[in-house]
Ligand binder design. Structure first.
Ligand SMILES: Cc1ncc(COP(=O)(O)O)c(C=O)c1O
Length: 383
C-alpha cells in the first residue's frame, strides 16, 4: 500500500485549455486565460483588482513593494508560517516581528499584536492557517488605529471565508497560492488581490517589470516605458489555461475536500475524547475550505512515532513548519515578540493526514490505521 500525502487533482479540462492557449497564438501572459482567471477572482472575491502571479511568494513580494517597506521597517506576523511570509519583506530590508499563535486555530494571536507594535511598525501579515480565518475584525481595528497595512497571507485560503467575506479580500492586499499542494492548482501559481483600489495601478506596473506596459496594451499610453521598480511576476498563458480548468470546478473540489475533512473529524472524535490527541478547531465565524486535516499529538515523541508507524503501513503523514523565529535566518533578520510558547509547543506536535480529491476508500484505511497506531501501546509508546 502507498497512500501519498498529496496527489494533484486534475478536472480533465486542463490539457484541452492548454492546447487552446496555443491555438489562440499567445503563450506569454495576460492573454485570454489570464483574463478569465482574474475575472473569476474579482467576481468571487469583490477585490478591486486580482493579478495572477507565478506564486504566492511572488504575490507577497509585490505586496511588500506596494506597502512601501523600507530598510528597518517592522512587519508583524506569526512565526508559525511558511518562509515566504517573512522573506518577501526581508528582501526589502524589513524586519519580521514574530508574534505567538492562538492555541485553537494556530493563527496569529490578535490579542498579542499591539504589544509588538513600535514606531517602526509598518504592516501586519495574518496567515490563515489551514484555510481557517484569523480574527480579522480585531486585526483590521488594530491596523486602523495604528495606520498599519494589512497583507493577508491567504496562500491556503482560496474558497474560505470569515463572516461571509472571502479570505484575501479583508486586508488591503491578499495573496493566494495555486501550488500543487493547494486546493486549486496550476503547478506553481498565485494571485495578488488588491482590495485598496489606490494601489491597483502601481501593482500592475510592479508586476510588469516596473513598466506601464499594461496601460499601453489598453491604449492608455502611446508607448510603454520604465516608470517604477518591479520584476517579472506575470505567469504565462499555459499556467493560466491550466488554472482556468481548476477554477471552473472550484466549488466541486472544495465540496469534495470538505466531505473528506468531515469524515476524518467524525472518525477521530472518539480518540480525541480519550485524550490521545486534539482535532482541528474551526470558530463559528470561519467557513474553511478543507485545505488540511491535522492532528495535535501530545508531544514530539508521539508525533514522530505516529509518522513512522503510519509510514511503515504505506501511509504518508507529514509535519509542518519549523517556527521562523528559531530558524537560522529568523534569528539573524527577525525578532520574536515575547517567548512564543504556543508556537514552539504546537509546531512539535502537529501532523497532517493525506487529504486529496480521489482519496476514496483509502480514507477508511487511514482512519483505521491511525486508531490502531494510537491505541496499541506496542506500536507506539504512549505514556
Ligand atoms: C502560508 C504560506 N504562505 C506562502 C506560501 C508560498 O506559496 P507559493 O508556493 O505559491 O509561493 C505557502 C506555501 O505553502 C504557505 O503555506
Amino acid at each position: 500500500m502507498n497512500i501519498p500525502f498529496n496527489k494533484p487533482h486534475l478536472t480533465g479540462k486542463e490539457l484541452h485549455y492548454v492546447a487552446e492557449a496555443h491555438a489562440r497564438g499567445q503563450l506569454a501572459g495576460d492573454g485570454y486565460f489570464t483574463k478569465r482567471c482574474s475575472q473569476w477572482l474579482e467576481q468571487r472575491s469583490v477585490a478591486a483588482k486580482a493579478l495572477l502571479t507565478h506564486s504566492c511568494t511572488a504575490a507577497l513580494e509585490m505586496a511588500a513593494i506596494l506597502a512601501d517597506i523600507q530598510p528597518g521597517d517592522e512587519v508583524i506576523m506569526p512565526s508559525y508560517t511558511f518562509v515566504s511570509t517573512a522573506n518577501a519583506f526581508v528582501l526589502r530590508g524589513g524586519v519580521p516581528v514574530f508574534v505567538d499563535i492562538r492555541a485553537d486555530t494556530l493563527n496569529i494571536d490578535e490579542t498579542l499584536i499591539e504589544a509588538a507594535i513600535t514606531p517602526r511598525s509598518r504592516a501586519i501579515v495574518p496567515v490563515h492557517y489551514a484555510g481557517v480565518a484569523c480574527e480579522m475584525d480585531s486585526i483590521m481595528d488594530i491596523s486602523r488605529r495604528h495606520q498599519l497595512v494589512v497583507i493577508e497571507d491567504a496562500a491556503q485560503g482560496v474558497m474560505a471565508s470569515y463572516k461571509g467575506r472571502p479570505l484575501g479580500t479583508i486586508g488591503h492586499l491578499g495573496c493566494y497560492s495555486f501550488h500543487e499542494t493547494k486546493n486549486i492548482i496550476s503547478g506553481e501559481g498565485g494571485a495578488l488581490l488588491i482590495n485598496d483600489a489606490t494601489l491597483a495601478e502601481r501593482a500592475e506596473i510592479i508586476r510588469e517589470k516596473g513598466t506601464n506596459r499594461s496601460q499601453f496594451f489598453r491604449g492608455q499610453v502611446d508607448k510603454y516605458t520604465w516608470v517604477d521598480i518591479g520584476s517579472s511576476y506575470l505567469p504565462g498563458e499555459i499556467i493560466a489555461a491550466f488554472l482556468w480548468a481548476q477554477m471552473q470546478e472550484a466549488e466541486d473540489i472544495t465540496g469534495n475536500r470538505l466531505a473528506i475533512w468531515e469524515q476524518y473529524h467524525a472518525g477521530l472524535a472518539g480518540i480525541e475524547a480519550e485524550g490521545r490527541l486534539r482535532r482541528p478547531i474551526v470558530p463559528p465565524d470561519c467557513q474553511h475550505n478543507a485545505h488540511m486535516y491535522y492532528l495535535l499529538m501530545r508531544d514530539l515523541d508521539d508525533r514522530m512515532a505516529f509518522i513512522d508507524t503510519m509510514k511503515q503501513q504505506g501511509i504518508h503523514c507529514v509535519f509542518h513548519y519549523t517556527p521562523l523565529h528559531s530558524a537560522p535566518q529568523g534569528r539573524i533578520g527577525g525578532r520574536a515578540s515575547g517567548t512564543l510558547p504556543v508556537t514552539s509547543s504546537l509546531a512539535d506536535r502537529l501532523v497532517r493526514l493525506p487529504l486529496w480529491v480521489g482519496l476514496g476508500d483509502m480514507q477508511k484505511t487511514i482512519i483505521d490505521q491511525a486508531l490502531n497506531t494510537l491505541r496499541e501501546p506496542a506500536r507506539m509508546s504512549l505514556t
